[in-house]
Design a protein around this ligand. Structure first.
Ligand SMILES: Cc1cc2nc3c(=O)[nH]c(=O)nc-3n(C[C@H](O)[C@H](O)[C@H](O)COP(=O)(O)OP(=O)(O)OC[C@H]3O[C@@H](n4cnc5c(N)ncnc54)[C@H](O)[C@@H]3O)c2cc1C
Length: 504
């Protein structure tokens, strides 16, 4: 077995798999990983690049569930804390604890006494949160800070009526793309096959029993038939359309709403994540400002989404409102649209058609339970945080007789080495450190890099300094051995993406 992502659709269609996973976002990656721990052989098909859709656009928080105390949702709180521990234990080179602060003004639930009680309750409910974690990945107890301490850690805080702040800890994965690639590499090492740029087009069935899918390889413009008796549709925002195309519509799978985060070319407002409520009359939306690689990442904007074919991104008006909200929540902030480096946006599932509130529970739908195709399942997840859990839940439904091994024996952390010296160009400090070409050639050879933007956006951090990425793009193309026409085409793809501030 190899931990490389080997892309050979012609060879991949020669054998039969235990399951085919359609969709290579975080949920597809976790299904591939977890199914190999059950001894299964999965094939994962992704129509574009791995992790390039919704999963690229998240705020990258691995929630610890503190916020679910507000709604007394203890099950979700415990689940999130357990998954935070899993991510910190399995991907310690990518996930770290993030202190999160909410300033307190003595109103409603945001009173010192209420928050103190909440933090103590949370610490008790998650008292097993650090089992098996390395010391530098431990989640400390929450705390209440005084007014002076709050101003020290968040100097722009609105001091009018300030009574202090509460601090708790979430997990943070700066580079969720690398986490998806690493998860896929381990899955491949354990027997999975994963193909990007391979779009599932038709279900193959006989007598209403799934037998495989016909998929189109966009790299060679060729159709292939892949065989398995279990098909899992985990196509994120596309999962409902695919469920309908393969078998039948099921409303609960996905009702689209728009969500976005904006990266500003501005120093972070604090080393902590900061939760603030917009001060504008009539608004009560809580925003989160995260220090992201020396820049300021703010989210999450939410809006209804009723368009079928438009690119999922906010309008300029929605972005201006978002900025106005942030500026009203933090009086000295004065953000302006010219500071936008990148708008991360995507579709999430809403509680109602045309609504703008996130659903909180994942869905595992067995098509045969409503008289549909046997062996076909559609899965819709709600969070990066719970993606592994959703995968486990689906696999328990689909393969009830399989025995789950203790996750401490899955060998994930042992299989991973920190290769950030190859892909983390910000950490390297210089654009072309010694040996950079060899490192990138290794990624190109081992990680199914088909287009230049795969390398720039989802295998390395090159996209974070767009000007430099464009400057060295011709040299990057030469690593692939592309001719002039192909290089120009690939550089244009990257330029379109890095210049993209994404508004409608
Ligand atoms: C703005 C925003 C902020 C968020 N912040 C957080 C956060 O801080 N923490 C958190 O836990 N969660 C967060 N989330 C939620 C989280 O990002 C999503 O739940 C998660 O990324 C969804 O992953 P997915 O695999 O279901 O979907 P996707 O990542 O969209 O993957 C689905 C994949 O299926 C592929 N596909 C579709 N059709 C086909 C086909 N026919 N054949 C092959 N492939 C196909 C697509 O190309 C796509 O890559 C956020 C989401 C958004 C939008």
């Amino acid at each position: 077995m190899t931990s490389q992502l080997t892309r050979n659709p012609g060879q991949a269609c020669e054998r039969k798999y235990d399951l085919i996973i359609v969709g290579g976002g975080i949920h597809g990656a976790m299904l591939a990983l977890e199914s190999t721990h059950l001894g299964l052989t999965p094939l994962l098909l992704e129509k574009e690049d791995f992790g390039g859709a919704t999963s690229f656009n998240s705020l990258r928080l691995i929630h610890g569930g503190f916020r679910y105390l507000q709604t007394f949702d203890y099950a979700r709180l415990k689940r999130s804390a357990a998954e935070r521990r899993w991510f910190l234990a399995k991907f310690p080179h990518l996930v770290k604890p993030l202190p999160c602060m909410v300033p307190l003004y003595g109103k409603g639930l945001r009173r010192r006494s209420a928050l103190n009680l909440a933090l103590r309750s949370y610490d008790f409910l998650t008292r097993d949160r650090n089992i098996d974690l390395p010391p530098d990945r431990n989640i400390p107890a929450g705390k209440i800070l005084s007014v002076d301490e709050t101003i020290r850690d968040f100097c722009l805080v609105d001091q009018n009526g300030l009574q202090g702040s509460a601090v708790w800890y979430d997990g943070y994965v700066e580079n969720s793309q690398r986490m998806i690639i690493d998860a896929l590499r381990i899955a491949c090492q354990n027997g999975a096959t994963v193909l990007n740029y391979t779009e599932a087009k038709q279900l193959v069935s006989d007598s209403d029993r799934a037998r495989g899918v016909v998929a189109h390889d966009h790299a060679t413009n060729t159709d292939y038939t892949f065989r398995a008796d279990i098909i899992i549709n985990v196509a994120g925002p596309w999962c409902r359309d695919l469920a309908k195309h393969f078998d039948r519509d099921e409303k609960i799978l996905f009702r689209s709403m728009l969500a976005w985060n904006i990266l500003f070319d501005r120093d972070p407002v604090s080393d902590n994540g900061i939760a603030v409520t917009a001060g504008k009359a009539g608004s009560s939306h809580t925003y989160f400002l995260v220090p992201w690689r020396n820049k300021l990442l703010a989210g999450t904007g939410q809006a209804p989404w009723l368009h079928k074919s438009r690119r999922a991104c906010p309008t300029r008006g929605q972005i201006l409102n978002f900025i106005e909200d942030l500026n009203s929540a933090i009086p000295g902030l004065h953000l302006n649209p010219a500071e936008i480096t990148y708008t991360f946006s995507g579709l999430q599932s809403a509680t109602t058609e045309g609504g703008k509130d996130f659903v909180t529970r994942d869905v595992v739908f067995d098509h045969s339970s409503k008289g549909g195709v046997q062996g076909l399942f559609s899965v819709s997840g709600v969070k990066l945080t719970t993606s592994r859990y959703t995968a486990e839940k689906a696999l328990r439904v689909i393969f009830p007789s399989k025995n789950w091994k203790d996750s401490s024996q899955d060998g994930i952390s042992e299989s991973l080495s920190d290769n950030s010296h190859i892909w983390d160009f910000s950490k390297n400090g210089e654009l072309k450190p010694y040996g950079w070409e060899d490192g990138l050639k290794q990624l190109i050879g081992e990680e199914s890099v088909i287009h230049l933007d795969d390398l720039v956006f989802r295998r390395t951090t090159l996209w974070e300094t767009p000007g430099q990425a464009i400057d060295i793009a011709p040299e990057l193309c030469s690593l692939f051995g592309w001719d002039r026409d192909k290089s120009e085409y690939e550089i244009k793809r990257v330029a379109d993406l890095v210049n993209n501030k994404r508004t409608n």
